[in-house]
Write a protein that binds this ligand. Sequence first.
Ligand SMILES: *Cc1c(COP(=O)(O)O)cnc(C)c1O
Length: 217
Amino acid sequence: MSIKNNLLEIKSSLPENVTLVAVSKTKPVSDLIEAYEAGQRIFGENYVQELVEKHEQLPLDIQWHFIGHLQSKKAKLIAPFVDLIHGVDSLKLLEEINKQALKNDRIIECLLQIHIAEEETKFGLDETELNDLLNSESFKNLKNIKIKGLMGMATFTENQNQIKKEFLHLKSIFEKISILNSNFSILSMGMSGDYQLAIDSGSTMIRIGSSIFGGRK
Ligand SMILES: *Cc1c(COP(=O)(O)O)cnc(C)c1O
């Protein structure tokens, strides 16, 4: 299957309210161009340097999402152009993104990452930490970021029930906050292996890499 066919097949199966982020990390620019020519405009990258280089080489109407774990000191490199930062999980990082956004005279949209998986290694806040962050005075003073919603990754397992349970947990947190916060409109969950379950559980944004571009080394 070609990148174009993979993309069209996935897109044709998506409900209208679900946005597809094509995750192109480690893939060559030629692969991104193929996806671009098939109509894809939103790309997700995990590594700052790679994102910066691809941004320089590719068309300006691409929306670039940063989906990896951003180190504070690297926020300045993507602040001039990034459209959405998915994996933010600390006030310190938000403050740095805000500072760099201000320097660039921009408002940068972010998603807060929630820890829903069993694995210890995955980043993210729990529900209490999320509420503490959103209610803190320091957070309310950040005028150059806008939190658009939440992001999460399920446990890497074959157990569909567990994955579903984790996605529904994230969805329930998302719903509680959206009632109070009208900026909340994006729930980023679902990857190649579990996006159907994620959509069934209320995802509005899926991040698909290998099912579009093939496996990574
Ligand atoms: C790599 C990555 C993806 C895409 O993974 P696939 O399984 O290749 O679809 C999605 N989200 C995040 C955060 C990733 O790091």
